[in-house]
Design a protein around this ligand. Structure first.
Ligand SMILES: [Fe+2]
Length: 431
């Protein structure tokens, strides 16, 4: 029996009943001192089936959300968390949201310490469904100079035999230093982003990643094909601002996720106004800015260039965006640094280390996260899809994900082969 249960049992025995430290049931639960005993919870009926393993969302400096899915019989849910270093334990009640015959069990936790590891266990109807030392999360750092890393990939979850999503998930799980979070570059679930396909196509292959590492996806054209797109995407994810386009920060870096929908952008006018406002308000506040969305702008992949993305190049360049990450084409392609007009600087010869990218950004397609285009070969000289092959720094037709590390004024990027775990492309930006 694990530590959490031992703590719970000890506490229950001490007060003569299964009376637990139990906090208010709403979306902004605040951790309170262990001496504060409140409500009683008890085992209710039979144990619900765990349909989806717990996954983390919005892990911030002092808060996080833990979600799991059960069958419809769940009547309550709660999480027991234990700070790994001090063994301090708390229990937080969550809330239930029915969707398509199942029940989302969601627990929002606040009042956490920054840069701290917590183990957790999940309960529905008072029954332990998952827990132990493999289930943990680390809160975001308070210090802007803290080094961190994240992974990014798009075009992930298709039917099992048509997807190799297990491979990047396994390679990410095996990393010696776990990334702090992941970015999903659209086309998260095929064929149409339906809720009914989320478990088999995405959450099962990624369960060992998502239980420890929060994920921030944006929607792609396939995610938009479902009849209930709005309902499905919002039910599956709890994203900042609950919008399709959103921003969050981590240490010294600002992240901006955009919704490029079918290439023409969701609510283009408002979204671009919001983008400029967000960049303007944060000007000078961060060392790095990463924008991610599903569609590419200019590209030499088999996909077309997308004008709506290209129309944002001057915004990216003038507000010092450093990286623009996208999916859509099921392959890997890193472009040379662009200026506001999408032109490359021909004086740049070294594409492994960049030391001065003022008003230039690097655009990378990382769209072979679970699917690959079997008919296509990368060839920047093929004018069928590529007007100007000189824009490409590195292209490789390989199942892959991006792994990005940021340490103060140095950003290190690796393209990782999802089957071998080897880095096939690397570069550094220094400021
Ligand atoms: Fe796509």
């Amino acid at each position: 029996m694990n530590n959490n249960i031992t703590i719970l049992k000890r506490f229950a025995i001490s007060i003569g009943t299964l009376s637990l430290l139990f906090l208010a049931c709403n979306s902004t639960n605040q951790l309170k001192k262990n001496s504060e005993k409140t409500t009683i919870t008890e085992v209710i009926g039979i144990k619900p089936d765990l349909i989806r393993e717990p996954y983390l969302q919005k892990v911030r400096k002092d808060s996080t959300i833990i979600t799991w899915k059960t069958n419809g019989i769940a009547k309550n849910c709660y999480v027991s968390i234990t700070e790994r270093a001090t063994k301090s334990n708390s229990i937080i009640k969550g809330y239930l949201t029915p969707h398509e015959g199942f029940m989302f069990n969601e627990v929002a936790i606040s009042g956490l310490k920054p840069n701290t590891i917590y183990n957790y266990s999940i309960y529905s109807n008072g029954h332990l469904l998952a827990g132990g030392t493999d289930y943990y999360f680390k809160t975001a750092p308070k210090d802007k100079n803290s080094p961190f890393s994240f992974y990014a990939l798009g075009d992930i979850g298709a039917k099992e035999q048509g997807s190799f999503a297990m491979e990047p998930a396994n390679r990410i799980t095996e990393l010696a230093i776990k990334p702090d979070f992941g970015l999903g570059l659209g086309d998260i679930v095929y064929p149409k982003g339906e809720s009914k396909n989320y478990d088999n196509h995405l959450f099962k292959p990624f369960k060992d990643v998502f239980k420890n590492i929060p994920f921030y996806p944006v929607a792609g054209n396939h995610d938009w094909l479902s009849v209930n797109h709005d309902e499905n995407f919002k039910k599956e994810w709890n994203l900042p601002n609950k919008e399709y386009y959103y921003t969050f920060s981590y240490a010294n870096t600002l992240f901006i996720g955009l919704d490029s929908r079918d290439g023409n952008f969701y609510d283009y006018e408002h979204q671009t106004v919001w983008l400029k406002k967000t960049l303007s308000e944060n000007k000078g506040k961060f060392d790095w800015i990463v924008v991610y969305l599903h569609h590419n702008g200019k590209s030499c992949t088999y996909k077309q260039d997308y004008e709506h993305v290209i129309s944002l190049y001057d915004v990216f360049a003038s507000y010092n965006v450093d990286l623009v990450l996208n999916g859509h084409a099921h392959t890997y392609e890193r472009l040379k640094p662009y200026d506001a007009n999408g032109n490359i600087d021909s004086s740049q010869n070294n594409h492994s280390i960049y030391e001065n990218l003022e008003n230039q950004f690097i655009s990378i397609t990382i769209g072979a996260g679970g699917k690959i285009n079997k008919k296509w070969e990368p060839n920047p000289n093929n004018n069928k899809n590529c007007d100007d092959g000189t824009i490409v720094a590195h292209s490789e037709h390989v199942a892959s994900f991006g792994l990005i590390s940021i340490d103060k004024k140095t950003l290190s990027f690796k393209g990782i082969n999802s089957f071998t775990g080897d880095a096939f492309d690397e570069f550094i930006i220094k400021k």
